[in-house]
Design a protein around this ligand. Structure first.
Ligand code: FAD
Length: 396
């Protein structure tokens, strides 16, 4: 349930494996309202078979600190997704594989059969309460974690990032360009971004992500055009869309499956809290959940042990990345990290010194031993024993 990237990918995979699949979405249409910026990576879009017209590559990247600036040229690396277009495309793929979608169907509770989650109750598009039984129920409800909570798994998110973004018509903003702006005056507890999504069109946003504070990014959004380096780029621009959204900033669930139930995407805490990035992770994880669900149904065994294969697959592929991202997030939110620590200009100049080849894998959350070793060789102090210990202790 939930027609975001996680739910739609799960539905496509389950239907493609032969399972009868139904997606319930509480909104009137798939992919709207937009509550994400849609930044991602060209290599993942290709790996996920996303058609090229649904993402816009960005080649020039500038990191701006209060008194510092670093720029890189990164052809074929970063991209901005057409969010509604991608989610509609995922819906088309799910339907083509045999899934059914129901819009304006809002899930309210779970049905139980002993200890097994046996489906959901929902209010349909006419406001009528309906009951839907299923061998496997997948919670892909994003931040609301609706089914998981009703099933007694996880808590409501207390720690989260909050983002507010305009899409602007901006005739003076250079195409295929992104600015990431840090500093307590601009974006306390997070960062701001300006990213071209088409010639003459840019998404400009502010988000919190190191979120132990109580910052409202909407208060900072209108000030971005006053930053001297950005003023000319945003001259004669005007908003044509406003997007807002919440992203969990907590550790992933320790258990993402139970009898008859799988939890996927933001609902399971599967987005990276390093920079607040979830779309590709949710698509890959949705694929895993859908195929495990279909296999379990085929085998006639949907108990927690069988569905637990999904937990194992997910941890093997993403566990390290998402857990470390969360530790770094907590560190940045602490007194010794973030704005209480080295200061934003130090972070910007460190990124300049590390070089983009080493920085990209870390920003992506590819914390493999070889990437960490390459990074540590350049900045040994960041990976000193005390630093690693501090990150480990901040785990949950
Ligand atoms: C401000 C902001 C900026 C972001 N920027 C990026 C970015 O640049 N790049 C990136 O990769 N990620 C980004 N993210 C994160 C990314 O958007 C999420 O990780 C991703 O959307 C999660 O996908 P999902 O399918 O789990 O949940 P969602 O996309 O939230 O989808 C959940 C769906 O479930 C539906 N739903 C909820 N409750 C019910 C119910 N009771 N009944 C039926 N349906 C229900 C919702 O309407 C929704 O359609 C950002 C997030 C925010 C908030």
């Amino acid at each position: 349930m939930g027609a975001g990237p996680a739910g739609l990918s799960a539905a496509r995979a389950a239907a493609a494996a032969g399972a009868s699949t139904l997606v319930l979405e509480k909104q009137n249409e798939v992919g709207y309202p937009v509550h994400t910026s849609g930044g991602s990576w060209v290599s993942d879009m290709r790996a996920l078979d996303v058609p090229e017209h649904l993402y816009h590559p960005v080649d020039d990247v500038t990191l701006l600190g209060p008194a510092s600036q670093v720029s890189w040229r990164l052809p074929d690396t970063v991209c901005m997704i057409d969010v509604r277009g991608l989610y509609q495309h995922l819906a088309e793929k799910a339907v083509a594989a045999g899934a059914q979608l129901r819009v304006r169907h809002s899930v309210t509770d779970v049905l139980r059969d002993g200890t097994r989650i046996a489906g959901v109750t929902a209010n349909d598009h006419r406001g009528t309460r309906i009951e839907l039984r299923a061998a496997v129920t997948v919670d892909a409800s994003g931040f609301s974690r609706r089914i998981g909570l009703k099933a007694g798994i996880g808590e409501p998110f207390r720690r989260y990032g909050f983002g507010a973004e305009y899409e602007l018509v901006a005739p003076n903003f250079p195409d295929r360009t992104i600015y990431v702006v840090v500093g307590s005056e601009v974006a306390p507890d997070g960062y701001a971004w300006l990213a071209s999504v088409a010639p003459g069109r840019v998404r400009v946003g502010v988000g919190t992500i190191h979120s132990d504070g109580n910052v409202d990014p909407r208060l900072y959004l209108d000030r971005l055009s006053e930053i001297p380096q950005l003023r000319d780029l945003l001259a004669a621009s005007s908003p044509v869309e406003l997007h807002t959204g919440l992203i969990p900033a907590e550790a992933p669930l320790e258990r993402m499956s139970a009898d008859g139930l799988l939890i996927v995407g933001d609902a399971a805490g599967q987005a990276s809290t390093l920079i607040g990035e979830g779309i590709r992770f949710c698509m890959y994880s949705g694929d895993m959940a859908g195929s495990v669900a279909a296999d379990a149904v085929k085998a006639g065994n949907v108990n927690a042990a069988e569905l637990g294969r999904y937990d194992k697959m997910w941890r093997r592929r993403f566990g390290r990345s998402i857990e470390w991202a969360y530790r770094i997030n907590r560190y940045m939110a602490s007194e010794s990290g973030g704005q209480g620590g080295a200061g934003w200009d130090d972070y910007v100049s460190t990124m300049g010194e590390i070089g983009i080849e080493r920085a990209v894998p870390l920003i992506r959350g590819d914390f493999t031993a070889s990437n960490l070793a390459a990074f540590a060789a350049t900045k040994p102090w960041l990976f000193g024993r005390r630093g690693v210990k501090a990150l480990w202790q901040l785990k949950r």
